[in-house]
Design a protein around this ligand. Sequence first.
Ligand SMILES: *Cc1c(COP(=O)(O)O)cnc(C)c1O
Length: 229
Amino acid sequence: MYMEGRLAAIRSRIDAACRRSGRQPEEVTIIAVTKYTSLEVAEAVLSAGLTHIGENRWQDVKPKWEAIGDRAVWHFIGSLQTNKVKDVIGKFPYIHSMDRLALAEELNRKAKALELDPVKCFIQLNVSGEESKHGLPPEELEGFARQLTELPYIQAVGLMTMAPLEGGEEAARPVFRKLRELRDRLNEKHILPYSVKELSMGMSGDFETAVEEGATYIRLGTVLVGGQA
Ligand SMILES: *Cc1c(COP(=O)(O)O)cnc(C)c1O
């Protein structure tokens, strides 16, 4: 099966990146990004032994979500409009695109109304400063975290970023390193009443660099499911 072969190759690249950086492969969770693919592809991902699935649009994922349900751990990785929170709340335990207060407040309000556990969120940061990118400017992170302390149904489990579109590893590494430093500084300052552990960074083209810089969740689409419909 193509999936098992691809996954084995990815795992050995993760292992090598871990060896280079003194980390353990168990610290890195692969999120299979199955957007633009069918239910069959998502099922193949699960059969190959992965459990975390990332999607970015509710309209597209709906049939997959309804068929797979809690056999997967669902991650919402796309930008999320406030009026779409109702579609994903309670279905995606992880939201990777929390980038503004209005969104945090709406997630908090809906989770409270439905008496859910706190929603596990990654604060998305625009570290590279590209205008085209979503995400909070890094200098606003601490103020934002302070506002989150008022929202008990939000748990900021980590930070998330995307590397610049251009520039390859050389451009990606400082962005990933900065995200790790931002997380560490946030924890040192004890702004939130718990520690923020996770770093969601690294995609098909740059996941080894992300692992070397401390990624705990990598979001893999093309390298895993590319070419499959
Ligand atoms: C599509 C997407 C990915 C996966 O990208 P690949 O380069 O195909 O691995 C990861 N993260 C986000 C936010 C995405 O939208």
